[in-house]
Design a protein around this ligand. Structure first.
Ligand SMILES: NC(=O)c1ccc[n+]([C@@H]2O[C@H](COP(=O)([O-])OP(=O)(O)OC[C@H]3O[C@@H](n4cnc5c(N)ncnc54)[C@H](O)[C@@H]3O)[C@@H](O)[C@H]2O)c1
Ligand SMILES: N[C@H](CO)Cc1c[nH]c[nH+]1
Ligand SMILES: [Zn+2]
Length: 395
């Protein structure tokens, strides 16, 4: 369906399902493995005979993967690695006023990756989470994914490449609850990352008081800002491509060209809702995009480079005639990206999501003024022992 207006809200939001998700989480916390089996049967219609897939089974499944797909995965692996390697921060040290200080980056220890698999399998998402995690130095990776029968061979292959400790054939909020709190079979982790539908993201949100999460990465969003130079067929393809994720995707085209909007409108097919909006200038388009804070933003205009500087809120941006689907698979930057407006304060997944920056200080010959300042502020706050503990050392 084509709408000639801006979307008023996300089609489906994780906050719409929090009551149901809370109920699922509580059932897993109380009932452990048995609750996981019951919930997977009730919600997914899958009878689980085991909750941890054996290594021999994962190997067997990876062996049935088409060699062409294996080769493609190996190829993309190198490109994703080069992007995330570029970002990995070095340990830094310096000093000022007699204080030696620095920061050391340490990986989180136990990581849970959720790999979506309700409607389609997402092996690419396992790569997008697993590669930066490995580059950050994460040692123990656990994966949960709904399997609807057998494990997807590409997920099996990637799990092996990542030396994943356990793969759990569990999906939805129950998988997130299990990795957050642990059950007899599922290990509790320090942080859970990964995309998924509103139930998965709602669960991540609710467990985030007890375990780390990356962000809300729910139903796909694409905003395209295009001018009269954009190819209408490619614009329509990009919108319909992200529509493949399901009816919850938010798909918006903003243009200053009525002709382009009409041409695209005639080309769009499928069940998704497409929002086509006319603006008077590309700058106005950017302003709207900044308010929507979409997951994917495409600047499909010859002024893309110039407009890039005006973008404040977006998960990832494609410039000119670059398909957003290239980020989904092989360009290098991550496709695990914030949705629901979380791009106002969070970027896409990077090695930073798997690292903790721990700062250190050594102050043997600190300047008198910094000692005095510490004492004065401590006393101002009423923390006299703090002040004394500093002052006494540098008398
Ligand atoms: N933002 C990103 O970075 C990003 C990346 C890739 C995919 N995605 C999104 O991930 C999503 C994948 O969704 P999916 O559904 O195919 O797979 P999924 O694995 O996220 O969700 C499937 C699970 O949801 C649970 N579920 C489904 N209906 C339920 C209900 N009524 N009550 C309770 N639980 C229920 C089930 O347990 C099922 O196993 C898509 O929306 C896609 O756009 C986002
Ligand atoms: N477009 C999704 C991120 O919103 C990522 C993806 C995976 N597979 C295909 N697409
Ligand atoms: Zn996609």
């Amino acid at each position: 369906m084509i709408r000639r207006e801006l979307p008023k809200r996300r089609v489906q939001s994780f906050s719409d399902v929090l009551d149901r998700v809370r109920e699922i989480i509580n059932r897993v916390r109380v009932g452990g493995d048995q609750a996981l089996r019951e919930l997977t049967l009730q919600i997914d219609g899958v009878k689980l005979d085991r909750l941890v897939l054996e290594d021999s089974y994962i190997k067997e499944r990876s062996e049935v993967l088409d060699p062409k797909v294996k080769e493609a995965i190996d190829n993309v692996w190198l490109q994703l690695t080069s992007f995330h390697d570029l970002i990995k921060p070095p340990n830094l040290g310096g000093g000022s006023e007699g204080v030696e200080y620095g920061i050391i980056w340490k990986p989180i220890r136990k990581l849970g990756i959720y790999v979506p698999g309700g409607k389609k399998a997402y092996p690419s998402s396992l790569m997008m989470a697993g590669i930066p995690a490995k580059i950050a130095g994460v040692k123990e990776i656990f994966v949960s994914t709904p399997t609807r029968g057998d494990l997807d061979p590409a997920i099996a292959y990637i799990a092996q490449k990542l030396q994943v400790k356990n793969v759990y054939p569990i999906g939805g909020a129950q998988a997130i609850a299990a990795m957050a709190y642990g059950t007899e079979s599922v290990k509790a982790v320090d942080k859970i990352v990964g995309p998924g539908n509103v139930y998965v993201q709602g669960a991540k949100f609710l467990v985030s008081s007890d375990v780390g999460i990356d962000a809300i990465e729910g139903p796909t969003e694409l905003v395209i800002i295009a001018d009269e130079n954009a190819n209408p067929k490619n614009v329509a393809l990009d919108l319909m491509a992200q529509g493949e994720h399901g009816s919850s995707s938010m798909l918006v085209l903003i243009s200053n060209s009525a002709e382009l909007l009409n041409e695209v409108s005639n080309l769009l097919q499928g069940d998704n809702e497409f929002y086509l909006v006319k603006v008077s200038s590309l700058e106005e388009g950017i302003q709207i995009a900044n308010e929507l804070a979409p997951e994917h933003l495409s600047l499909y205009t010859s002024r893309a480079r110039e407009l890039l500087a005006r973008v404040e809120n977006a998960g990832a941006i494609t410039l000119g005639n670059t398909p957003p689907a290239l980020i989904d698979y092989s360009a290098g930057p991550d496709h695990i990206l914030p949705t629901n407006g979380w791009a106002r304060f969070k970027g896409g997944l990077t090695v930073f999501d798997f690292l903790k920056g721990i700062s250190y200080v050594r102050a043997e010959r600190i300047s008198e003024s910094l000692v005095k300042s510490a004492e004065i502020i401590a006393r101002y706050e009423g923390f006299n022992v703090h002040a004394n503990s500093v002052g006494v050392r540098y008398e």
